[in-house]
Design a protein around this ligand. Structure first.
Ligand code: TIU
Length: 221
């Protein structure tokens, strides 16, 4: 056991370093760079880049301390057999599986589907390939966390109100305590970033805590 306490809202959270994992959600080219899924949906992808440098600092420290680091990627099999028709044709438009400048959009094995080089997984760090917005749906993430005795998740990634929120809600229901680092998550919508963080910590940490990279680094001492 190596106990710490992180300054967070709505109140500080004690955590055991050995039972804590860093989870970095969907820092894929398809979301954070032009030409991918995020831009196809009409978004300005540059807004997401603000989360990269703080997440790099958190990742570096987690690696130094030997913490479990987990990366996730949203995407589908090349034959799209794991993509529900309702997701494939959402809004009457089809982007998933179509050719873009970074390969087929949200398809595993394509350049756009992979994680940006700044946050690229190291050997031994589990990468969870997920077909949904949540990281627990149709994946082995829960099993991996259970096997390592993980109780607390430090959460970074994009986008806050979609894949980060869904994952934190799923994790909370499975008994994990989640701390979302506000400067290590991002949204295409500044208003959603603000209110998305509020939602997590409201009502006495209704499904999680909100802190930031500086407080995580300070807590790890
Ligand atoms: N569109 C959007 O905001 N997000 C997603 O589709 N996926 C993730 O958040 N990763």
């Amino acid at each position: 056991m190596s106990m710490h306490s992180i300054e967070a809202e709505p109140f500080p959270l004690p955590f055991d370093e050995a039972a804590t994992a860093l989870v970095i959600i969907d820092m894929q080219r398809d979301f954070v760079l032009p030409g991918g899924f995020g831009e196809k949906l009409g978004n300005d992808t540059s807004l997401l880049l603000a989360a990269v440098a703080p997440t790099q600092r958190v990742l570096e420290l987690a690696r130094q301390k030997g913490m479990l680091v987990i990366h996730t990627r949203e995407g589908h099999r090349p034959d799209l057999s794991d993509c529900p028709p309702a997701k494939l044709t959402r809004g009457g438009q089809t982007f998933i599986g179509t050719e873009g400048p970074m390969g087929r959009i949200l398809v595993r094995g394509e350049q756009g589907h992979d994680i940006i080089h700044q946050l690229y997984p190291k050997a031994g760090e589990p990468v969870i390939d997920k077909p949904g917005k949540g990281s627990f749906h149709a994946t082995d993430l829960h099993q991996i966390l259970l096997d390592r005795g993980i109780k607390t998740l430090i959460v970074c990634g994009v986008t806050l109100e979609v894949c980060v929120h869904t994952t934190v809600r799923e994790a909370n229901d499975r008994g994990y305590e989640c701390v979302v680092l506000s400067d290590c998550v991002a949204s295409y919508f500044p208003e959603f970033q603000r209110v998305g963080l509020e939602m997590i910590k409201a009502q006495g940490a209704i499904f999680g805590w909100v802190s930031n990279s500086k407080e995580f680094i300070a807590a790890m001492g």
